[in-house]
Ligand binder design. Structure first.
Ligand code: DC
Length: 223
């Protein structure tokens, strides 16, 4: 049977994971958070004392990295070298480090290989930065989600507050986001970019939940 592929791209905090989770639940297909993979690479670098901007050492490090994605009660868990690191990849230093390691072409090629492998075996909704442009160029539906940096930083700040893991001021959350926006959009290899055939959705000023129904109608009409 033909596998369904749905690509959701956009900058940090635009609501990609919220939307992807809802779509995956509604359609009963797998959700793959590709950012978690880059986060796992960054965690390994930090634990190994490797600068997350050192492309030579990172290229060497990823040769034998073991990253796997496991699903438990519908939740995605990320394993790094056999250990569940799903919580540890959410700290501010790993967040910024993930944006740095994602610049390195060898790192990206390794992660893309894993992502495409998963999409070959399963119907998926994948979120990331280069899913519609590079990982799944023939995806059935492509969505590009965005919102103002102020709104995205506010959402991220409130999300961390709710989880009880907030360790930064609002200004620091916003600065990290601006740093990542710039890094993710201006790298040479596979930058964050809207695919020509992606549907653009700007959620500035209104709750994401409002647009999910509309997006689901668009998706259902195309699959
Ligand atoms: O989605 P996220 O915030 O967890 O992603 C962490 C970093 O990983 C992000 O700053 C850019 C990078 N990333 C990427 O380059 N390509 C992807 N497909 C997913 C994430």
């Amino acid at each position: 049977m033909k596998k369904i592929q749905i690509a959701i791209d956009g900058p940090s905090g635009a609501g990609k994971s919220t939307m992807a989770k809802m779509v995956s639940k509604e359609l009963g297909i797998l959700y793959l958070d590709t950012g978690a993979m880059y986060r796992a690479v960054a965690l390994k670098a930090i634990q190994s004392g490797i600068d997350t901007k050192d492309s030579d050492k990172l290229s060497q490090m990823v040769q034998d990295i073991d990253i796997s994605v496991v699903y438990q009660d519908g939740r995605q868990l990320v394993y790094l070298d056999g250990e569940d690191v799903s919580e540890r990849i959410r700290t501010p230093d790993v967040t910024v480090g993930a944006s740095n390691v994602a610049v390195v072409p060898v790192v990206r090629m390794k992660m893309v290989e894993l992502q495409q492998e998963i999409a070959k075996k399963n119907s998926v909704v994948m979120d990331g930065r280069d899913i519609g442009t590079y990982v799944l160029p023939d995806a059935d539906v492509k969505i590009f989600l965005t919102a103002s940096v102020e709104d995205r930083a506010k959402r991220r700040y409130e999300e961390l507050q709710e989880k009880g893991t907030l360790k930064q001021t609002f200004e620091e959350v916003k600065q990290d986001m601006e740093y990542r926006d710039n890094n993710d959009s201006n790298r040479d290899f596979c930058p964050l970019k809207k695919a020509d055939d992606a549907i653009m959705l700007d959620t500035t000023g209104f709750p994401l939940e409002k647009s999910v129904g509309m997006i689901l109608d668009i998706i259902k009409a195309r699959i």
